[in-house]
Design a protein around this ligand. Structure first.
Ligand SMILES: Nc1ncnc2c1ncn2[C@@H]1O[C@H](COP(=O)(O)OP(=O)(O)O)[C@@H](O)[C@H]1O
Ligand SMILES: [Mg+2]
Length: 276
């Protein structure tokens, strides 16, 4: 069976280091948390696209330093072309930096080969995309198990893991239904359960509410709030400032650099617990 893998961006050609001259440095402070708490560490991460020797290089990321702490709810915003997708592709291990280092749970994954990269992706990351990418012929339980099919886990254990994951998103009563028998919000929750089934280091969400009506979108964000309260690290790309304010920290990208960073204080806000 074919897994619902996200699209693979083209592999860029490496550049000589002399062609690297980011025009500015990042303004964002690097987190001071201890090393063990850091899930994601970017050290001068650059991504440069060079279509041909004649074409001028496109600096998609100009040298990013950032640290994301375990348990953080983190948002990435910025205008079109600012580097959000490029950053997401690197965070999601779909692509590597041209220069600089990306440490995931302390392991440098900037230099590992494609096979290792796809293993890291399958075992240590959970993706939630705008389109749910559920397989219509499979039940909810089977859809949730998809990431486990590549990990040599016995069938019985797989089913148990899927049940536990379904329970985390409140879908334990729907395990044997097909996606077409579920509402949009429930389908998105299956996608979240699938993302969580491998106990990933973080959940990576790309405009997770983009395809949902506002009340269903709100329910999914409520689910994210709950999962975050239980300790899950969530990294989300969004265009919507009202969604970003639900996160603890938002970075704004511009021209491939962090333009500013906003910390949101949630101490006064009640938690949302509604489900779709
Ligand atoms: N494969 C590619 N080849 C060349 N340039 C690219 C490629 N992907 C992205 N870019 C360029 O890198 C910059 C950042 O793009 P992107 O990360 O998609 O921004 P965003 O997601 O914020 O809209 C843009 O100028 C874009 O044109
Ligand atoms: Mg984009």
């Amino acid at each position: 069976m074919t897994p619902p893998t996200p699209p693979h961006p083209p592999t860029p050609q490496p550049l000589p280091s002399s062609s690297l001259s980011p025009s500015a440095t990042t303004a964002a402070p690097v987190s001071t948390s201890t090393k063990d708490d850091v899930v994601v560490l970017f050290e001068n991460v650059q991504k440069i696209y060079q279509k041909s020797a004649q074409a001028p290089p496109v600096i998609a990321l100009g040298g990013i330093d950032m640290a994301i702490t375990r348990g953080e709810y983190f948002a990435i915003m910025g205008p079109s072309g600012s580097g959000k997708s490029t950053m997401l592709n690197i965070l999601g291990c779909l692509d590597r930096p041209s220069h600089g280092r990306f440490l995931l749970d302390g392991q440098d994954i900037s230099q590992i080969d494609d096979r290792e990269l796809s293993q890291v992706r399958g075992k240590r990351l959970g993706f939630v995309f705008q389109a749910f990418n559920l397989i219509p012929q499979l039940t909810v339980s089977e859809n949730i198990q998809v990431p486990l099919f590549y990990q040599a886990i016995p069938a019985k254990q797989r089913r148990q893991m899927a049940e536990q994951s379904a329970e985390r998103v409140g879908l334990q009563e729907r395990l044997h239904h097909r996606p077409s028998e579920l509402s949009g919000g429930q389908q998105q929750r299956v996608a979240v359960a699938r993302a969580l089934v491998s106990e990933p280091s973080f959940l990576l969400a790309d405009e997770p509410t983009g395809n949902l009506d506002s009340s269903t979108g709100e329910a999914i964000l409520g689910l994210f709030d709950e999962l975050h309260a239980l300790g899950l690290t969530i990294i989300m790309v969004t265009h919507d400032p009202s969604i970003a304010t639900r996160c603890q920290r938002t970075i704004w990208l511009r021209d491939g650099l962090i333009e500013r960073e906003v910390i949101t204080d949630h101490s006064e806000q009640p938690a949302t617990t509604e489900h779709a």
